[in-house]
Design a protein around this ligand. Sequence first.
Ligand SMILES: Nc1nc2c(c(=O)[nH]1)N[C@H]1C(S)=C(S)[C@@H](COP(=O)(O)O)O[C@H]1N2
Ligand SMILES: [Mo]
Length: 556
Amino acid sequence: MIPFDPAHRKVYYPDDRRFFLWVRLSILIGIAIALGTAVAAAWLQYALRGLPYIPQVPQVEPNNFAGPHGFPLWVRYSHFFNFLFVTMLIRSGLQILYDHPRLYFNDGCTPGTEWIRFTPLRVPRDRLWTAKDDNRYLSPVVGTPGYSHTVGLARVWHFINVHGFILTGVIFISMLFGSEQWRRIVPTSRFVLPQAWSVWVHYATFHLPPEPNGYYGYNALQQIAYFSVVFIFGPLAILTGLAMSPALVNRFPWYARLFGGRQSARSLHFLTMLGFLAFLVVHVTLVVMTGFARNMNHIVLGTDTLGDRGIWLGMLGIGLVVLYWIIAHYLSWNYPRKLQHALKFVTYPMQRLTLNRLNPSQHYREQDISPYFWPNGKLPSHNQHWNELAADHFANYRLKVGGLVERPVELSLQDIEALGLVETITMHHCIQGWTGIAQWGGIPMRKLIELVRPLPQAKTVVFYSYWPSLFGDFYYDTQSLANVLKPECMLATRMNGEPLPLVYGAPLRLRVENQLGYKMVKWIERIEFVTSEKEVGEGEGGANEDHEYFDLLPNI
Ligand SMILES: Nc1nc2c(c(=O)[nH]1)N[C@H]1C(S)=C(S)[C@@H](COP(=O)(O)O)O[C@H]1N2
Ligand SMILES: [Mo]
């Protein structure tokens, strides 16, 4: 247990740390029916006709076996690194999931419509319940970095490790097709399905099918399982992961629809993870049951021998993976700032070349507007000045715009709207994982920039809020001048055709559609043009970047 001071303890180690899992009944019934049918069919066949015949794999003579066999060095290393990266992706992924512990198939994330939930709490409707209130604690034994409100660092591990995962996959698949090894896992025989069924009948009725020596070949079900993991789960995890990028989805909304929507993509991403986990459990069980020492020698040493060296070296490998989890936990809690910067180093060059260049262009229709929209951030209701302004509907509000500009201004809400009110219907992506579609009315940031004329050295725009963030400092965030000049970046005064509600940021909030929600400051008090985000706060680019290690450039 990390020694937290009381303020941090409240955030990272809350009193309510209960584990809870709820799954929609219809989904449980669906799974039970599907599994039950497959098992029942197997038993029926066994009862009526006995165990189906599975052709013996020809007894292999190692010296004259013609097909691809054995486990070359690259297979063994890919196997190890894949295990290392996948487990870290699962651990950090669970931590991200626990920041919004509900999964949906609708993009509005309406409470009560989730199909699975990892929180015992129902969303109260009689008081303000923000998405951050809904966050759950995850034990560091299961998640990286563990505890609660650690999505910033969880993303660091997720996005750094995904590079390793993809690289391993690319090397493995290239080598697979660069050699004859692909024949081992790509089903080419038309008998593979019926044979896989026969193997299933064996397993489902608690029989072991005649076991081929894995050094030379696999049984049909095994081949299909390996094929699925490599060619279906892997790519699906990557593609559904991409479907959660605000920059990508706001440029190409059809991409998320390929998966049935943005939340459906998030659900599929989770289900793919379950697929990997289920595979892992079955795979390890069968490795142990069908000749543990020999199987371990295959994959660890690359030999078809019977000694126990493979077991010991394999255990050492697993130990290294666990050590990696422990080191990740240690680094997260001792060098979080360094990790945050490491992510910049790893992902920003690519983001700048690709995702960050995409111009938001969403065209949702009015009927797409979400019936519910999760609020986030605490209302500035303890700020006397804001309260007074709110009391007469912000008639006395003056937005102050200054810093490195030729013409500092103070603008009332009418002045702002007079710059040319426009409306867009867009999808909001919160770092926690939830989304919502709403119509926003306001003025493009471009208009304000034309009015105040930033000096040439002004490269960054700072938005200050009336109210503190999670740890008590004032909420602010920054944008590059280049990004606020993109289409659909606006200062919003209206939501869904009404003046901006208090909860959603009245009198004024930012909308930047190609990035995550925390960049969109609500309850804006003033705007300042500066040379760099380094001059403000702790210099990371915003309150969340300073204190929660979120990224400066969240296109993903
Ligand atoms: N001032 C301020 N602005 C803020 C926040 C906050 O805590 N304080 N939270 C941010 C986050 S994390 C999100 S997701 C969006 C939520 O906007 P919504 O309440 O309209 O959904 O506001 C952003 N702007
Ligand atoms: Mo957010």
